[in-house]
Design a protein around this ligand. Structure first.
Ligand SMILES: Nc1nc2c(ncn2[C@@H]2O[C@H](COP(=O)(O)OP(=O)(O)OP(=O)(O)O)[C@@H](O)[C@H]2O)c(=O)[nH]1
Ligand SMILES: [Mg+2]
Length: 185
């Protein structure tokens, strides 16, 4: 089973690359280097297997550059993606409008289900905000929201990401089953 995940946000320096490296265990935090266009990370997660045979699943995590100048790449990015992860800075609630736009563009218009979208409120070290006071308005409040704080609680986001990958695998194999059925019948 193969799945393509998108990691995006329209905001540079929100921590996408740092998170992507952490979640795929690629490399440690280095100094800031703006992602140009997109960076594709291939990975497997030992905790996520396809439910039928217990074989591994291959994932691609597309770590997108947040600079608006890459907007022209978006249509190519969304094509055939199975999941969308939106990373935003929990300290800047003014981003919420843009998150709505991303959600509508990358999830709703691509006919993805809400379970295929994950919102990550990323807390950079040294930021004062706490998780309590973040409330989202519809339609975003239907989505799964997790907080990531790699300095204080790295395991939380790791576990949530595994859960998310599992739900993606379920929807991908369900839609594949449906397709097979429609061919047979
Ligand atoms: N120590 C630490 N630094 C972080 C963390 N998140 C972000 N940073 C810092 O913020 C910088 C920017 O983060 P990136 O992950 O590169 O940002 P990005 O969202 O990929 O930015 P673009 O590629 O331009 O869209 C990093 O180089 C780190 O220095 C974190 O959880 N811990
Ligand atoms: Mg980046």
């Amino acid at each position: 089973l193969f799945s393509k995940e998108l990691l995006l946000s329209s905001f540079p320096q929100s921590g996408k690359t740092v998170l992507a490296n952490f979640l795929t265990e690629s490399s440690d935090i280095t100094e800031y280097n703006p992602t140009q266009g997109v960076r594709i990370l291939e990975f497997e997660n030992p905790h996520v297997t396809s439910n039928t045979k217990g074989t591994g699943c291959e994932f691609e995590l597309w770590d997108c550059g947040g600079d608006p100048k890459f907007e022209s790449c978006w249509p190519a990015l969304m094509k055939d993606s199975h999941g969308v992860v939106i990373v935003f800075n929990a300290d800047l609630p003014s981003h919420l409008k843009e998150i709505e736009m991303w959600y509508s563009c990358f999830v709703q218009q691509q006919f993805l289900q809400d379970t295929q979208c994950l919102l990550i409120a990323h807390h950079k070290p040294g930021s004062g905000s706490d998780k309590g006071n973040l409330t989202l308005s519809p339609p975003l409040n239907k989505l799964k929201l997790v907080h990531s704080n790699l300095e204080d609680d790295p395991e939380e986001i790791r576990l949530e990401f595994i859960k998310y990958l599992k739900s993606i695998i379920n929807s991908v194999s369900e839609s594949r089953d449906r397709e097979e059925m429609s061919i047979i019948t």
